[in-house]
Design a binder for this molecule. Structure first.
Ligand code: DGT
Length: 134
C-alpha cells in the first residue's frame, strides 16, 4: 500500500550573538505557536538559498542587514503531520539595531535561561545541540 507523502517545511533560524547573549523573539498572537520564544527566522521561499532566506527574514522581522555565518545545526522534527527541517546559522555581524517588526517582544538572553522559557517543541527537542553551539 502506498503511504502518504510527508510534507516538509524548511526553516532557517539565526543564532544571533552579542556580549555573550542570544536574541529571542516572542511569536505573535493569532498565529502558530503564539507567545513562544523562538530564534528569529522563517520559511524558505521558492528559489532562495537558505542564507538568502535568512537574510530576508532578518530584514523583514528585525530591520537589520545581517551577514549570515556558519551553519551550526541541521536537524528535523515532527511538526503536527508535517516535518520541519531546521537550519540554524550563526549570525555575529549586522547593521542596524534589531526592532520587533514582527515579534511581540525581543530579548537578549543568557543561554542558561533558555531551558526555562516557553520555546517551541522543535527547539526543545534540539536543546542540547543548541546549547552546545551557543
Ligand atoms: P505559520 O504560522 O506556521 O505559517 O508560520 P509563520 O509564518 O508565523 O512563521 P515563519 O515563517 O517564521 O515559519 C517558521 C515555522 O517554523 C513556524 O511554523 C514555526 C516553526 N518554528 C519552530 N521553531 C522555530 C524557531 O526557532 N524559529 C522560527 N522562526 N520558527 C520556528
Amino acid at each position: 500500500m502506498k503511504s502518504k507523502r510527508v510534507v516538509w517545511i524548511p526553516v532557517v533560524t539565526a543564532l544571533m550573538k552579542k556580549d555573550g547573549k542570544v536574541l529571542l523573539g516572542q511569536r505573535p498572537e493569532g498565529n502558530t505557536l503564539p507567545g513562544q520564544w523562538e530564534f528569529p527566522g522563517g520559511k524558505l521561499e521558492l528559489g532562495e538559498s537558505p542564507k538568502e532566506a535568512l537574510q530576508r527574514e532578518l530584514f523583514e522581522e528585525l530591520g537589520i542587514k545581517a551577514e549570515i555565518g556558519d551553519l551550526k545545526i541541521a536537524n528535523s522534527h515532527k511538526f503536527g503531520d508535517k516535518g520541519i527541517l531546521l537550519l540554524f546559522y550563526e549570525v555575529l555581524y549586522w547593521t542596524g539595531e534589531p526592532k520587533s517588526l514582527h515579534h511581540t517582544d525581543l530579548k537578549w538572553v543568557d543561554k542558561a535561561t533558555i531551558p526555562s522559557l516557553n520555546i517551541p517543541d522543535t527547539n526543545r527537542a534540539m536543546l542540547n545541540d543548541i546549547l552546545s553551539v551557543l
